[in-house]
Each structure stands twice: as C-alpha cells, then as structure tokens.
Ligand binder design. Sequence first.
Ligand code: 5RP
Length: 217
Amino acid sequence: MTQDELKQKVAAAALDYVKDIPLIGVGTGSTVNYFIKMLADYKSTIEGAVSSSVGTSERLKKVGIPVLDLNEVGTLDIYIDGADEINPRKQLIKGGGGALTREKIIAAASKKFVCIADGSKCVDVLGKFPLPIEVIPMARSYVAREMVKMGGQPVWRENFVTDNHNHILDVHNLDILDPIELEKTINDITGVVCVGLFAMRPADVILVSQGDEIKSW
Ligand code: 5RP
C-alpha cells in the first residue's frame, strides 16, 4: 500500500468515532483531508465542526459542514487530527503543516483526541522530525538562540506565515527523552506562541494504519 492509501485507510477508521456526534473538532494535514472528504456522507448527523486552520475550514465548507467558533461551542466531545511523530505514550510532535497553535487549543478543549496516522509516524523517542515552534515574528532570532543553548538546530521556515500571522522555527537534532519537561521549558521562553510537542495533553486514542491492519491504543 502507498502512504496515501494508508492515510485514506486510517481516515476511514476514524469515521466510527464521529458517528452520532453533532459537534466535532477537525485538525489539519493530508490525512485529515481524506477524513474531511469522507465526512460528506455524515452531513445529516454532523451539525458543525471547529476547525484548526483556514485550509481545513475551506475544505469543511466545501463538503457542506458548517464551521463553528470554539468560543460559541465550548467543550467538544471529539477531536480528530494527524501527527508528524507518535510515541508509545501517545505523545506527539505536530505542526508540520504549521497549524499547531489552533490544533493545541482544540485538543485542550476536547474530551477525546483521536490521532490518525500511517505507520511511518510511530517512533520510540520523539525528535527525529524537526520540532515546530510558532513564534512572534520579532522574537524569532531570540527564540532560535535559546534553542541552540538547548542543543537544537533551529531553521526558520522561510516564506511561511501561520494563520495567526506568526513565524515557525523547525528545531532539528533534539533527542526528546522527557517530552513533558521540554514542552514546559519551551513554553516558558518569551516570544514562543506554541510548541508542537503534545505531551502535557497527549492523544487519548491512536489509530495507525500498517499494511492491512489498523492498530489502536
Ligand atoms: C499540521 C499537523 C499535521 O497533523 C501533521 O503535519 C501531519 O500531517 P499529514 O497528515 O499531512 O502527514 O500537525 O500542523
């Protein structure tokens, strides 16, 4: 199976989790894009969705699902999103698509976060995938220097601006042995808007497509 076929397969598996749930949270990325296309068949049961990015909002509207403001909705029963890396403790690196801040907000406001991915995303130790950090533009160099002090190699994602009008640093070479501690430390750096480590609030359910199988834990 190709990686795209694996993404489609796991996206289909996530549909079981949204049956009969009127309000859902929807993440960002190519795996979630397949899920959104499939949601077209659930239009009658889904009243609306809270979206994690401008791109996802456009896709949701295209399949006829109203996009709602999280402030109006309150707590969500379920949030479906992808990931760039997943460890056995359901902790994640996210933000490859640059939507990490809104994704983290929706995950925080959701009772159940179901993470969908193809098997290539599973790792024992997070950090091979460069860790995305959303920063206030004027703080970019300062935050980059702080990350160098921590042993990372930050690379500015040039020609990219987030939906919140901020910049992204992708930090290479971090061996993330204590994800919760690192998330807290990076959160404390002035100028950081959000770090793409989802460790303090990990996923609740992981669905991974591997060959013909869907593994879940
Ligand atoms: C976007 C994300 C995505 O969930 C992550 O990049 C995975 O994307 P894909 O499904 O395209 O592999 O965090 O900010």
